[in-house]
Design a binder for this molecule. Structure first.
Ligand code: FAD
Ligand code: NDP
Length: 592
């Protein structure tokens, strides 16, 4: 605004240039209230504090001329006069404020269409709707080769984190039932487990979550289409519901959040006779003797709870356990699982699956080849393929509208989750270089919506994301594995502090000692900054969640040492780690 501009020009220009323009006074409590409201709604607004401006009184006069309002705050939205504090709060109460602010300047059906109603898609759509955008969500589950299908909420809720953690809990309870005898409970020696009852309980819980998501979408006036979406041009989708009914819908912006589905190896008999994590959590009959193919999160977690529930369980490992994780801990997990009934076939991949007997479960012969070229066979009732997941990015028209995909099939995005087509974004499991974890998808969806429709500027931080593998002995980690830390900083610059530990709860039932393990990886030249946090033991997820904030805030080993522990807990071990790996000293825990 030029220095000679009149008060009327200043008013007019500010109203024109700023979506939400507020004429205010710095000491005015009503102005403060409106500012707080805008902040809580993530609304970007501009203010002129009239009491701090030389020509404040003239501007206030010009405002009376323009709006008839003498008092502050005086708020304008999208060039139109809204009013003072009372009017702002009344508009908000009626649910009209955000739509007014985010009034569309296009002729599409929606401001935003989200493809995929899973962790990332629901987060993005709900936040965008909160910010006043007109949103639709398309979610459609293609049945598995076995015909399994599920409701709204995506992988995590239906066939991932939620049923997995609950089955993990079922197995833990079995172990604790044994412990309970030493604590005086007259638990019978032989207790049985009812697979179908567990599945029913878990599926009922999932059903309530599916319903809750539908209600949440309805409450936020988000249009939910239970239909499969395909792009026909960069702003248009064709949706097809389960009855084959087609609909064409358009939007200004799109968020791809289609997630992934389990991969099957290209070997005979696999799709006819094997299941995946998409089927196991709703399996209507007990699985019996089970083979899990794969050696990462899914294979090991499923193997852990199946063995814990009493099933004869084998894991077929192609190369190493838990690629990408700290290998010392991965091997300790393997040892613990082996000691607790899981069998491992190392260095082998299946080559064919044949049916021997029909039934629920049936019986199947699995032939496999070892790395030495030897052929091995065995019979199983259930075979679970857990060899990784493919992104659902094929056959949805991304090629026709030129959205760039990586070799993996994942969407190439920049740090703002924007694809090669500027109005098309992607979040969650399908982004190249991302992390396949629910909270990551949620954070990315939420922050993206805030950047698009609010005053958000924050980008999702994909570094130091804590995670936990829910094997019988849980493994929580944040930051670098020892291997990667050495590769990055060099062996001489790394100091590893570690200790075995015995949870107090394990002492009375005489569980084997020193199975649990804590490890901090520090960089000497960075004042022993902690770059890797690893814990193997009960409730590792809970422990890791808390400590990971330390890594985000660049905690050093001295910070961990200065922290006073909570006694008696297992997490307190991290406040007293004194033995370096380099010293070779004994790390077995010595009493309390
Ligand atoms: P999803 O949740 O997969 O949602 C995508 C949705 O889009 C699906 O409903 C899909 O059917 C739908 N869709 C696909 N294509 C279309 C289309 N063209 N039209 C309409 N709809 C479409 N993460 C954790 O953080 N902790 C855990 O403990 C954990 N455990 C897991 C256990 C298992 C067995 C598995 C498989 C995963 C686990 N994960 C875990 C990972 C987590 O589930 C995923 O990272 C998360 O669900 C990804 O969310 P998303 O939004 O990217 O996709
Ligand atoms: P991953 O991609 O992590 O691992 C695939 C596993 O299968 C590896 O062990 C791999 O072995 C093996 N494999 C690959 N191809 C073959 C083959 N042809 N024959 C035999 N074995 C093979 O997949 P997951 O399915 O376990 O997990 C997918 C993602 O889901 C994870 O990365 C994770 O982000 C998320 N998830 C998170 C969980 C959590 O937070 N607790 C739980 C479960 C999943 P190799 O090492 O030799 O390549």
């Amino acid at each position: 605004i030029s220095s000679g501009a009149s008060a009327a020009d200043i008013v007019a220009q500010n109203i024109q240039e700023n979506k939400v323009m507020m004429f205010s006074k710095s000491y005015c409590p009503f102005c403060l209230k409106v500012k707080d409201l805008f902040k809580s709604l993530n609304v970007a607004y501009t203010t002129l504090e009239l009491d701090l401006m030389e020509n404040g009184p003239e501007i206030q006069e010009a405002l009376v001329e323009k709006s008839g309002l003498r008092t502050v705050p005086n708020v304008f939205v999208n060039g139109e006069h809204l009013g003072g504090a009372d009017k702002v709060f009344e508009t908000q109460k009626n649910g009209e404020l955000m739509p007014l602010i985010n009034k569309s300047d296009h002729n599409y059906d929606y401001d935003m269409i989200v493809i995929g109603g899973g962790s990332g898609g629901l987060a993005a759509s709900k936040e965008a709707a909160n910010l006043g955008a007109k949103v639709a969500v398309c979610d459609f589950v293609t049945p598995t080769p076995k015909g399994t299908t599920w409701g709204l909420g995506g992988t995590c809720v239906n066939v991932g984190c939620i049923p997995k953690k609950l089955m993990h809990q079922a197995a833990i309870l079995g172990h604790e039932l044994k412990d309970s005898r030493e604590y005086g409970w007259a638990t019978p020696e032989s207790v049985s487990h009812d697979w179908s009852k567990m599945v029913e309980g878990i599926q009922n819980h999932i059903g309530s979550l599916n319903w809750g998501y539908r209600v949440a979408l309805r409450d936020k006036k988000i249009n939910y289409l239970n239909a499969y979406a395909t792009f026909t041009d960069p702003h248009t989708l064709k949706t097809v519901d389960r009855r084959g009914k087609e609909k064409i819908i358009t939007a200004d912006k799109f968020v791809l959040a289609t997630g992934g589905r389990p991969r099957y190896p290209d070997i005979p008999g696999v799709k006819e006779h094997c299941i995946t994590s998409d089927d196991i959590f709703s399996l209507p009959y007990p699985p019996g003797k089970t083979l899990l193919v794969g050696a990462s999160y899914i294979a090991l977690e499923c193997a852990g709870f199946l063995a814990g529930l009493g099933y004869d369980t084998t894991v077929m490992v192609r190369s190493i356990l838990l690629r990408g994780f700290d290998q010392q801990i991965a091997e300790r997990i393997g040892t613990y699982m082996e000691q607790n009934g899981v069998k491992f076939i190392r260095g082998a991949v299946p080559t064919s699956v044949e049916q021997i007997e029909e039934g629920s479960p049936g019986k199947y012969k699995v032939t496999a080849k070892t790395t030495d070229g030897e052929e091995i066979t065995d019979e199983y009732n259930t075979i679970v393929m857990a060899i990784g997941r493919d992104p659902c990015t094929g056959g949805i028209g991304l090629d026709t509208i030129n959205v760039e995909l990586a070799k993996s099939g994942k969407v190439v995005v920049n740090s703002a989750e924007q694809s090669s087509i500027p109005h098309i974004y992607a979040v969650g499991d399908i982004i190249e270089g991302g992390l396949e974890l629910t909270p990551v998808a949620i954070q990315a969806g939420k922050l993206l919506a805030r950047r698009l429709y609010g005053n958000g500027t924050l980008l999702t931080d994909y570094v130091n994301v804590p995670t936990t593998v829910f094997t019988p002995l849980e493994y929580g980690s944040c930051g670098l594995s020892e291997e990667v830390a050495i590769e990055k900083y060099g062996e001489d610059d790394i100091e590893v502090y570690h200790s075995n530990y015995i949870p107090l709860e394990h002492t009375v039932p005489h569980r084997p000692e020193n199975e649990c393990y804590a490890k901090l990886i520090c960089v000497k030249s960075l004042n022993e900054k902690v770059v890797g946090f690893h814990v193997l033991g009960p409730n590792a997820g809970e422990i890791t969640q808390g400590f990971s904030i330390g890594l985000k805030l660049n905690a050093t080993k001295a910070d961990f040492d200065n922290l006073i522990g909570i006694h008696p807990t297992t997490a307190e071990v991290f406040t007293t780690l004194g033995v370096t790996k380099r010293s070779g000293k004994d790390v077995n825990a010595q009493g309390c």
